[in-house]
Design a protein around this ligand. Structure first.
Ligand SMILES: Nc1ncnc2c1ncn2[C@@H]1O[C@H](COP(=O)(O)OP(=O)(O)OP(=O)(O)O)[C@@H](O)[C@H]1O
Ligand SMILES: [Mg+2]
Length: 369
């Protein structure tokens, strides 16, 4: 289609945690989503080991880029831009992606876009359901974050309404899975066990849901402690732990609070749709309960397919393509990785933001800053 041909062709690189993701998109169309994960190398430690992740990114980077270009049926010279996660994430892991993106951008003479990982988790839904409505209400639930965000333009304006005051939702899944000896990462395995358990078997607490509590903030630390104590008590009494019921009851406590607060935020802000993004958005029960509650409240729900919810390069490419489409300034080659990049900065122009056309003029020295 001639129309689609005009849409920006962008390659996106994601290395903020343990997945080396490289995606290729044209506008809001997904062309390739190549992921190499080092998750198995971290499993025996019960969490991601930063140095192991960085080394794995380094080894996977070039082959994953080549695979993504091949899958998309394009060559590097066809690209209109290279997008990369500039933060937040593990500093060493981010550096591998940012360095690779700078090298490709410089060598190919293409504009570079340093983008925010969290905004990418939201923007990825454009690949599934088309352009995001404006404003967009987003519930972002991942391994490191749980927030309610309101965005009028995903490339420039993301406003946090509330976030977790302690653990992220994904972190709680991972910790409870560890207490139950179910391995790492915990989300997918708890999701599986919970399907055969009773969500009402144990009444675990719903954090920050009292009338005086912050309406849009979350807390999962009390829930985590409560589940761990319940399991300990069973074990101390020599009783068998009903893993499926614990998984289902814990999961219900998490998704009940998430969906309740998200629907309330939509109603309070007068937004008639909700987007859910981040790894925990892959959760079957969260998707089902969100659908049920959104239907009841007349809110349209948008959740990307599970593979696009967990970390991937396509989400970075999706946000990069949106940056190009909206004529946002490219990042300069002095772009730095920022492990604690705030969610309010979807786009990192770099030290000296400049127009795309000047990309060739940047000195080689900047590549290493
Ligand atoms: N089906 C599922 N149910 C619940 N949680 C899940 C599911 N699948 C993945 N997760 C959780 O999602 C998290 C990983 O998500 P994601 O890859 O977005 O996080 P991250 O990139 O590590 O964190 P962040 O995006 O905040 O930097 C893990 O905590 C994992 O347990
Ligand atoms: Mg993530």
């Amino acid at each position: 289609m001639a129309e689609t041909r005009d849409e920006p062709l962008v390659l996106g690189i994601e290395t903020s945690c343990d997945e080396t993701g490289v995606g290729v998109v044209r506008g809001t169309t997904l062309l390739a989503d190549a992921v190499a994960s080092s998750v198995d190398e971290h499993a025996r430690f019960g969490g991601v080991v930063p140095e192991v992740a960085s080394r794995a990114h380094l080894e996977a980077m070039v082959p994953t880029i080549q695979r993504a270009l091949k899958d998309a049926g394009v060559t590097a010279s066809d690209l209109d831009g290279i997008a990369v996660t500039a933060g937040p994430g593990l500093a060493g892991a981010l550096l591998v992606g940012v360095s690779a993106a700078k090298a490709y951008a410089y060598a190919l003479g293409k504009p570079l876009y340093g983008v925010n990982h969290l905004a990418s988790h939201i923007c990825v839904d454009q690949l599934e359901h088309g352009a995001l409505p404006e404003p967009t209400m987003a519930l972002l639930v991942s391994g490191g974050h749980s927030s309610l965000l309101l965005s009028t333009d995903i490339t420039s304006d993301v406003r946090p309404l509330g976030s977790t005051i302690d653990d992220a939702a994904g972190e709680a899944f991972d910790k409870i899975a560890r207490v139950l000896n179910l391995g790492f990462p915990g989300g997918p395995v708890i999701d599986r066990y919970a399907r055969e358990g009773d969500p009402d078997a144990i009444a675990f607490p719903r954090g920050l849901t009292g009338p005086r509590d912050a309406a849009y903030d979350f807390s999962f630390s009390g829930l985590k402690t409560s589940v761990a104590r319940w399991i300990e008590a069973k074990r101390a009494a020599g009783e068998e732990v009903p893993v499926r019921d614990v998984a289902a009851s814990f999961q219900e406590a998490v998704v009940d609070v998430l969906t309740r607060k998200a629907v309330r935020a939509c109603k309070d802000e007068g937004v008639d749709h909700l987007m859910i993004g981040g790894g925990v958005a892959a959760n079957t029960r969260l998707r089902a309960l969100a659908q049920e509650r959104c239907d009841a409240a007349g809110i349209r729900l948008r959740v990307p397919r599970p593979k696009l919810c967990t970390d991937n390069g396509a989400m970075v490419a999706a946000l990069g393509a949106e940056m190009v489409a909206r004529n946002r300034a490219a990042s300069d080659l002095g772009l730095s990785a920022d492990s604690s990049l705030p969610v309010t900065e979807p786009h990192v122009p770099g030290a000296h933001a400049h127009d795309h056309d000047h990309v060739h003029e940047v000195s080689k020295d900047n590549l290493y800053s």
